[in-house]
Design a protein around this ligand. Sequence first.
Ligand code: GDP
Length: 328
Amino acid sequence: MVPISELADDLRAGQRAAISRAITLIESRRADHRADARELLADLTSSMRQDDTKQTVRVGISGVPGVGKSTFIEALGMYLIERGHRVGVLAVDPSSVRTGGSVLGDKTRMSRLAVSPDAYIRPSPSAGTLGGVARATSQAMTVLEASGFDVVLVETVGVGQSEITVAGMVDTFLFLTLARTGDALQGMKKGILEIADVLCVNKADGDRVREAEATSKDLAGALRLVYAGTQDWVPPVLTCSAIEGTGIDTVWSRVIRHREFMGPNGLKDKRAQQQLDFTWALVRDELDQRLRTDPDVKAMRAQIRAAVLSGEMPAATAADQILAAWDA
Ligand code: GDP
């Protein structure tokens, strides 16, 4: 195993093999790997702090399965690479926690990006809790940024908590939706309108163009009501066709406009607050991990399970006993 400082140097030199090694380290649950990962991240962040000019762009991209996220990321990624950017693609997929497989950030679905030397695609880590997956993804973002990727796209599927989690690690959150699937408005979870910075109705092509535009107008109207009377950024609603590559440039220009609206200080504050939130998320994740692996807790698990399932022991008593075992 190469020393961590050497790995950090290889990353700063943009070596691809080093990126994969670093991310593997970050995703590992072994205690010694976690210590190495912490050392690596400390090294990378201290060198990046010295260079404020290399401000990266972090964008979250979400929407229901089938909305066209992979196709969109492929189109946006290629558009950015043509303009001289280097693009990292990461994924937060809570379902992979259950299935052990990863459907997002799938290289086979982004065939052009996957072979580009200016792109790096990493599927969602499959092990652990949403907190663990989020930790690994957020740290992988730091690795990519240290390796010279100036845009990082974080993909997530539209299922509530994972979106909130991703919104907490990016500068701009982009929500993709479809025209009048009967639920463009009603079906859109209320929370989405609160975290989306840019919305886009995808598949605005063929005979769906007018429907897409009508849906976008409806959504824009709804958003104006939500934001009426505030000085906040009002999320623009656009249309695009990921497959034909139309409207991608406008989406990107709105992402940039959103950054300009926040301004350098606003963005700095947002990232600082995210780091503070992330700190506590890391603590919760670590506590959860320790609780799971604590030998005293492990020893009583089967007994508690049986007692609660049979109705013998109320949940609150069971919780007290587990915590008492852990405290001891
Ligand atoms: P994801 O599950 O959100 O990642 O969606 P995919 O990118 O895998 O796309 C789901 C399906 O929709 C695929 O068959 C795509 O070819 C198709 N698709 C994606 N974007 C568009 C688009 O802009 N227009 C049309 N007509 N089809 C699209």
